[in-house]
Design a protein around this ligand. Structure first.
Ligand code: SF4
Length: 178
């Protein structure tokens, strides 16, 4: 995975017109309205913890077609989809939705982050993102909360089939082996 540098010289040969067109097709010309004010990055709770994380920079990189810098970056996976940027963007760019679309593109290329792979596998195996229900139920007991409801792994498998999650994870394994 590529890690984003705070300074990056843009070379024409690095630009990927197809990627840029695909993002713009998904969001329309709104993306061109971004005037790099930085409201999204200033509003972002993740950017407070990682100075390399900048929705503003991701938007500009996507418009310029810097696919490698965006799709292969660990940074796109940091977004918590809290939508603070989308609520505050004065130009209606919807950065959190753009980042989610870019993640979907990366996933289809087999470049989903390992963290999400682990979560998907946990959901497939346990129906939740954690294994040990007893610990959670003990904590809930202490707080006077009801026990967590049982999960049907059969239903989870149906959802995973319908959403092709396993195929996407297999694509990642194939990409990793290359
Ligand atoms: Fe661009 Fe909107 Fe972010 Fe400002 S808040 S940099 S206009 S995406």
């Amino acid at each position: 995975m590529v890690t984003e540098s705070t300074s990056h010289v843009i070379r024409l040969e690095e630009t990927d017109e197809e990627f840029s067109r695909a993002v713009i097709k998904a969001f329309g010309k709104n993306l061109y309205y971004c005037f790099q004010c930085g409201t999204c990055t200033a509003s972002c709770p993740v950017a407070r913890f990682d100075e390399n994380y900048s929705p503003r920079r991701i938007i500009r990189s996507a418009v310029l077609g810097l696919s490698r810098l965006v799709l292969e970056s660990d940074l796109i996976w940091l977004c918590a989809i809290c939508n603070s940027c989308t609520e505050r963007c004065p130009r209606g760019v919807r950065p959190s939705e753009v980042i989610r679309t870019i993640r979907n593109m990366a996933t289809k290329k087999g470049q989903v982050h390992e963290f999400y792979v682990n979560q998907a596998n946990a959901i497939a195996n346990y129906g939740r993102i954690w294994k040990n229900e007893e610990i959670v139920n003990e904590l809930r007991d202490d707080m006077g909360l009801p026990q967590v409801a049982p999960v049907s792994l059969v239903e989870i498998a149906k959802v995973m089939d319908a959403t092709k999650v396993k195929e996407l994870l297999a694509a990642r394994d194939g990409a990793t082996e290359k």
